[in-house]
Design a protein around this ligand. Structure first.
Ligand SMILES: [Mn+2]
Length: 352
């Protein structure tokens, strides 16, 4: 393992939660949870890890056996196609008192198999750990979001009338890959004109005309961690007064949401703060989504800055603040930054 200390701490954190939940072994099948624990990227649905009192068992495809011996000699590796079945057999044979599994991340088939084998359904233990990023994760998230921000600075002056949304998306993605990103963190959204009024617009062959709105919402995966940024502006010299007005309302909501980020604050308060500004300006009906979400190895994860969330912000959370106003048939504006919660408040990750 590359950064031993962080990974030792993560395993220790998991052990503490296991104890609290009354298990001495836990089955981990989600590949991002596996990455969190080992810093080794398994493809989805190809590996079963069993964390037990004396170590970690790994049931995986044969092709991983050799690389794992080199990268993670501390794992006990079994190359097999009957991964879960063999893991359960092994759990049965070992001196394990009670094993458990993450019920929310299992398929029905696998969950049924584990319940029948006497395993206990657990709340997502690793998701709980993943909410609060450690120093290694924060470093990666900062780098990922910096790349996304730099892509905006690179692409914006290169956008010309007549380009398609897809062409702009390619420029963003090519820039980020060249900076070391391995993938996009979600399908890049580029919307021109009325397309910007659809928050999850599907990037298309629509060409940019002079004097219309541009929206770009995108991010990359860098060393396993996602970035997320949205920028909007008017392309052309004749920016309508309504566009300018709405842009500034959204920006005010974004800044207020960011200012409200602090450990101990309820995430629903972040939503209420940003939404309050948009509602007071008379556009409440046109802000049709939550104010933000947690980001990490997943692009959308806990905690969510939404009205129905019970979460409280804590140091190490990484969240977006992304208010928006969408005027159907006209244009839409969303301004999004990704931030890490610190002792004093927060720090913007989507910057140079
Ligand atoms: Mn987002």
């Amino acid at each position: 393992m590359r950064e031993k200390t962080n990974f030792k701490n993560r395993l220790a954190g998991l052990k503490t939660l296991m104890k609290k939940n009354g298990v001495d072994a836990v089955v981990i099948t989600n590949n991002l949870d596996q990455y969190y624990l080992t810093n080794f990227f398994f493809y989805p649905d190809e590996t079963v890890l069993v964390v037990h009192p004396k170590g970690i068992l790994c049931f995986t495809r044969d092709l991983y056996v050799v690389p794992l011996q080199k990268e993670l000699p501390e794992l006990e590796v079994f190359g097999t196609d009957q991964r879960l079945e063999n893991a359960l057999k092994k759990i049965e044979e070992m001196p394990i008192k009670q094993a458990g599994f993450d019920a929310s991340k299992e398929s029905y088939r696998q969950g049924t198999l584990m319940r029948k084998a006497g395993l206990k359904e657990l709340p997502s233990l690793i998701s709980q750990l993943r909410r609060e990023k450690d120093s290694d994760e924060l470093k990666r998230m900062r780098a990922s979001n910096k790349i996304a921000y730099m892509a905006y600075e690179y692409v914006r002056p290169r956008i010309k009338t007549g380009m398609t949304e897809n062409e702009v998306a390619v420029m963003l993605e090519q820039f980020m890959r060249a900076q070391g990103a391995t993938a996009v963190s979600f399908l890049t959204i580029v919307g021109f004109g009325e397309n910007a009024a659809n928050p999850h617009h599907e990037t298309s062959m629509r060409k940019l005309k002079n004097n219309e709105a541009v929206l770009m919402d995108y991010g990359c995966i860098y060393q396993g961690y996602c970035s997320d940024i949205t920028r909007c502006w008017w392309h052309g010299k004749n920016e309508p007064a309504e566009y300018t007005k709405v842009w500034h309302i959204v920006d005010k909501a974004r800044r207020a949401g960011i200012k409200a980020l602090k450990p101990g604050v309820a995430t629903k308060e972040i939503d209420a703060t940003a939404r309050g500004i948009i509602t007071a300006a008379g556009y409440g009906d046109y802000f049709t989504h939550r104010t933000g979400h947690g980001v990490g190895m997943d692009i959308h994860e806990e905690p969510f800055n939404s009205a129905d969330s019970q979460a409280i912000l804590r140091v190490g959370n990484v969240v977006t603040v992304e208010p928006g106003i969408y005027l159907p048939g006209k244009f839409g504006i969303r301004l999004e930054d990704t931030l890490a919660i610190t002792q004093k408040g927060s720090t913007i990750l989507t910057r140079k």
